[in-house]
Ligand binder design. Structure first.
Ligand SMILES: C[S@@+](CC[C@H](N)C(=O)[O-])C[C@H]1O[C@@H](n2cnc3c(N)ncnc32)[C@H](O)[C@@H]1O
Length: 406
């Protein structure tokens, strides 16, 4: 199980189970979504997405307080959200906000503290019942309206100025929660409204990690003086079949990262997230064994940058670009925007990094080319799971690796 195989050398999960483990472990039960509001001002003619047993299990997993404690204790995450809300205080004050997936209600309360006129705090998990108690205990019931139901199912009877959500999963897209933010945006956000975070970027880079490989594989070559090499093939399968969430450092990373996907919160569509493909080309900056690829993301809170006339236009950001750290800073930070980064060189977060290891390392020479493509697609079995297809070529040999993040 994941918590036992947590290879983190930086961020430690403080509760018994990781975020991902909870998403995976939730047990099914039926519960009708409820809402105290019954009118919507905008006609929205898209059919409601079905609420599957997997979704019910997913929401049930968020009823456990441990995952919320883990997220709230992640100060990089929670402080950046609070700073972003305060940075946009002049826009938020006096306005109507929707918090998509409010959990304990923490972001809704930050928005109320920033002077929001009304905050709709929506969550389909039973944690919403607790959020309502927290709101009452802080005398904010006249501002924060907790709606216990799926964003896709609840109705609110006004348009909103601001959407805030902490929707990011491991590798950015795991959990597929961004679709619910898109649903809220398309139903309720006024033209010229604000979405926090405003954009997000998924990166990948080749990594070397000899200690991790030895710990999982070479360990079996000599166990208390016994040759257990017969285990090596099984050890590789057990250790490297699935993506692994762990903390690496900048020293593990062999090249500048490559942008797998840039997402503009104002224009992204649900269809665009069903499958994402990116081609990559790296030149190793050193001679080292290549053990796999690491993925991480950042999100930006650069606010109200999209004028209302461009509300649904795509940005001019160039996708699939390899870029170095200073380029990344310049591009993601044009107006001193706040960035919540989960990069290996930045302070650790509960998202850590996601690693896709090869079964056997590739011995790279300096400047050796590694090229290929990666496709991330929502699993047909459960759209919250992610299929990862990797094709890569180096030193004249080609490889394919399929894995599922579940
Ligand atoms: C990552 S947590 C964030 C919680 C809280 N906003 C915070 O920052 O601490 C995501 C929350 O969104 C809720 N959620 C996810 N999809 C949802 C949907 N479609 N409708 C309502 N709630 C949803 C989950 O139940 C979970 O509580």
């Amino acid at each position: 199980m994941f918590p036992q195989e947590n290879h983190s050398n930086g961020y430690q999960h403080q509760q018994g189970y990781s975020h991902r483990e909870r998403v995976r472990r939730g047990t099914c039960r039926s519960r009708a979504s409820t809402s105290s509001h019954s009118h919507s001002v905008r006609v929205y003619d898209q059919p409601r997405p079905p609420c599957t047993d997997f979704d019910v299990a997913y929401f049930h997993s968020y009823a456990h307080l441990g995952i919320h404690q883990e997220m709230i204790k992640d100060r990089v995450r929670t402080d950046t959200y609070r700073d972003a809300i305060m940075q946009h205080q002049s826009f938020i004050a006096g306005k109507v906000v929707v918090d998509v997936g409010c959990g304990t209600g923490i972001l809704s309360i930050f928005c109320a503290q920033a002077g929001a006129k009304r905050v709709y705090a929506i969550d389909a998990s039973d944690i919403a019942l607790q959020a309502n108690e927290v709101v009452k205990a802080n005398n904010l019931s006249d501002v924060v309206v907790v709606l216990h139901g799926r964003v896709e199912d609840v109705e609110i009877n006004e348009e909103v100025d601001v959407i805030i959500s902490e929707w990011m999963g491991y590798m950015l897209l795991y959990e597929s929660m961004l679709g619910s933010v898109i649903n809220a945006r398309d139903r309720w956000l006024k033209p010229g409204g604000l979405i926090l975070p405003s954009s997000s970027t998924l990166y990948m880079a080749p990594v070397t990690h000899t200690d991790r490989y030895s710990d999982s594989v070479d360990f079996w070559r000599n166990v208390y003086g016994i040759d257990m090499s017969a285990m090596v093939s099984l050890a590789k399968q057990c250790a490297f079949e699935e993506p692994s969430v762990e903390t690496i450092t900048g020293e593990n990373v062999l090249t500048w990262p490559h942008v797998v996907k840039y997402i503009d919160s104002y224009s992204v569509t649900i269809q665009e997230l069903e499958s994402v493909t990116a081609k990559f080309k790296f030149n190793s900056m050193m001679r080292a064994p290549l053990h796999g690829f690491a993925f991480w993301f950042d999100v930006e809170f650069n606010g109200h940058a999209i004028p209302s006339t461009n509300y649904h236009s795509t940005t001019s950001f160039v996708d699939n670009h390899q870029m170095n750290g200073s380029q990344r800073k310049r591009r993601t930070n044009p107006n001193e925007a706040l960035v919540l980064s989960t990069a290996p060189e930045d302070p650790p977060t509960h998202w850590q990094q996601t690693l896709i290891y090869f079964y056997d390392p590739i011995e790279l020479e300096q400047d050796q080319l590694i090229e290929g493509l990666v496709t991330l697609s929502q699993s047909k079995e459960n759209a919250r799971f992610m299929n990862i297809h990797l094709e890569y070529t180096s030193g004249g040999r080609s490889y394919v690796k399929e894995s599922v993040m579940r």
